[in-house]
Design a protein around this ligand. Structure first.
Ligand SMILES: [Zn+2]
Length: 120
């Protein structure tokens, strides 16, 4: 379980945990995230079927809402006078900055639901 979470965070192959999961590393702000056709280490096909990773939208939604609640809590606990507008702008800024990471992690989480790990 812990290894799976570390693998997801490091964006490694959901099967072997060694090869790269994505074609390139995510970065802050905008970048297209693509999953590799095959793992660079164990050669497992990472695209089970066409449009397989569309399902990661559900995970992405959950991560986005979680990040929004986390940002609201941090803003609320650090600000003296709570302003809805500035809290909203913080949420939008953080979501825009982290959107490629949310996209990449949600694909890794989605893949971990369907691939059987061989590293534990
Ligand atoms: Zn692999």
């Amino acid at each position: 379980m812990m290894l799976t979470l570390i693998n997801i965070f490091r964006l490694k192959c959901p099967v072997c945990g060694k090869g790269e999961f994505l074609e390139s590393r995510p970065r802050l702000f905008f970048k297209i995230i693509r999953v590799r056709d095959r793992c660079s280490s164990c050669q497992t096909g990472l695209k089970i079927e066409p449009s397989f990773y569309y399902g990661s939208m559900y995970v992405s939604y959950a991560l986005g809402v979680g990040l929004m609640l986390f940002t609201t809590f941090i803003y609320w606990s650090l600000s003296n006078s709570f302003s809805v507008l500035s809290c909203f702008l913080w949420i939008v800024g953080i979501l825009l900055a982290l959107n490629t990471y949310i996209n990449a992690w949600s694909k890794a989480i989605w893949a971990s639901f369907f691939f059987k790990q061989k590293f534990e």
